[in-house]
Design a protein around this ligand. Structure first.
Ligand code: URA
Length: 457
């Protein structure tokens, strides 16, 4: 029980209120979040409230209050001492999505601070931290002081969440996971944004995926979440845009841990393999927006040009390698062609001639996970050398016997299930599929408001 605004608050009343489709006040939401963060509210009460929120939905004001209360539920990073505008990017996750390794050093090289708090592999999607830990010595668990020091020296730092950051989300997310209440736009929005905004961001660029490998497969669901996140982050004082981007096939050619880093560093070195063009294009577009919102370019287009120049002049590569070294990693591994060579490889060939008509990218993500590159349970180790190198893209015309992908693992037996999944995930057909744009729309605050006003929820 708490006394707030002169009235006592009881958790049971908050459960009843949401059950009966009422709207919680800011004080009531703060009370609920405090109880979650301090673990003083019994989990059955929190779970009951979460289910009521899942079933009946949350109003915009409730979502904003929940986001802000969760953001403030623990320690926060204050980037003001860096003397730069702090901007980050968040992606809703996909297969082969490695844009963080490009956008963070590119934006840093253009004068923006990028305090990036990232996550681990989850389900069929890979994790930025797991990939970085393929670099010997790289430490992801920095204290906030160490985080600040790396940012001051390199302009960017990619780290894990500290235990004291957003403790309310740790409790609520674990409960949602166990009670079937993850898939709620308001709860997802508050969970993602609270962790991002706890880094004290001035601006945020969201990469919201749609298509067969996306967390939310239906475009209208993904767009609604994007609009909600833009409007909520803006209401919490952070300039935000969302780009709706394609995940109907893996991004770039590599999916795994080390191979994703190797593909990213090749691009930072100015290489332009055809199979990485989508990754390069998306990274430059996202970085262009970050540089623009960070005040270092008049428009996202001039931000794009600055981002491209940071690759050409080597400054982005320099920022990336400096960050690796500052976080204890050995950057010389990027010069060693023998590093993390897989012990078992298998080429999967096309079983007939035809166009690659569809790729079930979620299934491809599970194939990557089954090579050992991902984990089944939280806390399990991942294999740095495992993964899949894709040789053909959606829409390509392939001959019978042409290599579609090479699988990497530590032993032959680990390759059987990924091969089976990969063959199920790829459909070959006689007709060429329609091309899907890489970036289908950009939601600014104004567009997000228009979208939300018209949305039936
Ligand atoms: N990722 C998060 O961090 N939270 C959610 O609720 C869903 C995805």
């Amino acid at each position: 029980m708490s006394k707030s605004s002169g009235t006592a608050i009881h958790t049971i009343d908050l459960i009843r209120k949401k059950r009966d489709r009422g709207t919680l006040t800011e004080d009531e939401i703060r009370y609920l979040v405090r109880g979650a963060a301090s673990e003083s509210t019994p989990s059955e009460q929190l779970a009951a409230w979460l289910m009521a929120a899942w079933l009946n939905g949350l109003e915009r004001d409730e979502i904003r209050a929940l986001t802000v209360a969760m953001r403030d539920s623990g320690e926060r990073f204050d980037p003001r001492g860096l003397g730069k505008v702090a901007v980050d990017k968040h992606s809703t996750g996909g297969v082969g999505d490695k844009t963080s390794f490009l956008v963070a050093p590119i934006a840093a090289a253009c004068g923006v601070a990028v305090p990036m708090i990232s996550g681990r592999a989850l389900g069929h999607t890979g994790g930025t931290l797991d990939k970085l830990e393929a670099i010997p010595g790289y430490r992801t668990a920095l204290s906030l002081l160490e985080f600040e020091n790396v940012l001051a020296r390199c302009g960017c730092s990619i780290v894990s969440q500290t235990p004291a950051l957003v403790p309310a989300d740790r409790v609520l997310y674990a409960l949602r996971d166990r009670t079937g209440t993850v898939e709620s736009p308001g709860l997802i929005c508050a969970s993602i944004l609270s962790k991002k905004l706890a880094a004290g961001l001035d601006a945020l660029v969201l990469d919201v995926k749609t298509g067969s490998g996306a967390f939310l497969r239906k475009r209208e669901d993904a767009e609604y979440l994007a609009a909600l996140m833009v409007a909520t982050a803006e209401a919490a004082g952070t300039r935000t845009v969302a780009l709706m981007t394609d995940m109907s096939q893996p991004l770039g050619y590599a999916a795994g841990n080390w191979i994703e880093l190797a593909e990213s560093v090749d691009l930072l070195r100015g290489k332009r393999p055809e199979a990485s063009e989508d990754l390069r294009e998306l990274s430059l577009t996202l970085a262009g927006w970050m540089i623009h919102l960070g005040g270092k370019a008049e428009t996202p287009e001039t931000g794009y040009a600055r981002a491209e120049a940071a690759i050409t002049d080597g400054s982005a590569l320099k920022a990336f390698l400096a960050m690796v070294e500052a976080q204890g990693g050995n950057p010389s591994v990027f010069d060693d062609p023998e590093f993390h060579q897989p012990r078992a490889t298998r080429v999967v060939e096309a079983w007939e001639a035809g166009y690659i008509a569809t790729m079930d990218t979620t299934m491809l993500g599970w194939a990557v996970q089954r090579t050992g590159a991902g984990r089944e349970k939280a806390g399990e180790p991942v294999d740095p050398e495992a993964g899949i190198h894709f040789h053909a893209r959606r829409g390509a015309l392939v001959e019978n016997g042409q290599p579609l992908a090479t699988l990497y693992a530590t032993n032959e037996a680990m390759l059987d299930e990924p091969e089976m999944l990969l063959k199920k995930a790829i459909v070959l057909a006689e007709t060429k599929p329609e091309a899907v744009p890489l970036v289908s729309s950009v939601l600014t605050r104004e567009k997000a408001e228009v979208f939300l006003a018209g949305a039936q929820r």
